[in-house]
Design a protein around this ligand. Structure first.
Ligand code: MN
Length: 246
């Protein structure tokens, strides 16, 4: 066989061997976000995925500088630290991150903070999109919101209240509980409703980051104004997909 061919084969063989774990995690991503419907559109992997829009795309509601810092520094650090925690605790990355989060109490605080931090941000980016300002939930999701909260406006008020009243850093959530009910909840730090340690458990379909790093550059201490403007970025089609995937 020609030397070049041999080298190429050798290279492919080595790459395949050393790349197995990485490729496995990458495949989970594809299922998760790129291919959406393959499973139930609720799955995420252990690596940071590309932001689905430009840093400036959510202007004027979320400014480009905040998005760049938030994605490339804060969220990137959670993904990096999650990798370290995964190695330190020998956590299987062939499973979904959701499965590991469901047994958070077995692992270290480093896993809890960074596994949550990574998952929460991967979800958060996809809960927003450019050009959504006049959008509202439609179809089955709209009906479920009306049934659970009386109206979309009442839902918004209750969700915003959960986000405003979270003391310090944390998140507001719209979740589906195990008994298939829509609920609003809030968690501290990078905890999330998938974790076995969460007070209110369920599958999150909408996530709002109320850490100061999410809004301080543009809104300073005006968290309520950030929340009101964030609603104008919500990707309701994505939320509806998650709702119907459960
Ligand atoms: Mn954040």
């Amino acid at each position: 066989m020609p030397a070049s061919n041999h080298s190429r084969r050798k290279f492919i063989k080595q790459t395949t061997q050393t790349g197995l774990l990485v490729a496995g995690a990458g495949a989970l991503h594809l299922n998760a976000w790129a291919l959406g419907g393959i499973a139930n559109n609720l799955q995420t992997g252990f690596d940071q995925t590309p932001l689905p829009y430009a840093y400036a795309a959510l202007e004027p509601f979320i400014d480009a500088a905040t998005m760049e810092l938030h994605y490339s520094k804060h969220a990137a650090a959670y993904a990096k630290n999650l990798k370290e925690a995964v190695v330190a605790e020998n956590i299987n990355t062939q499973q979904l991150l959701e499965a590991a989060l469901a047994t958070t109490s077995k692992y270290s605080t480093k896993f809890r903070n960074n596994g949550g931090g990574h998952y929460n941000h991967e979800l958060f980016w996809r809960c927003m999109k450019p050009g959504a300002a006049a959008a509202k939930p439609e179809g089955a999701l709209a009906k479920a919101i009306d049934n659970s909260f009386n109206s979309f406006e009442a839902f918004k008020t209750q969700f915003a209240d959960a986000a405003k009243s979270r003391f310090g850093s944390g998140w507001a959530w719209l979740i589906i509980s195990a008994d298939k009910k829509l609920k609003i909840s809030s968690t501290a730090n990078q905890d999330n409703p998938l974790m076995d340690i969460a007070e209110v458990k369920g599958t999150p379909i909408l996530a709002l980051d109320v850490w100061e790093h999410a809004y301080y550059l543009k809104y300073q201490n005006r968290r309520p104004e950030y929340i009101e403007n964030w609603f104008k970025t919500v990707n309701w089609e994505f939320v509806a997909q998650r709702f119907s995937g459960i």
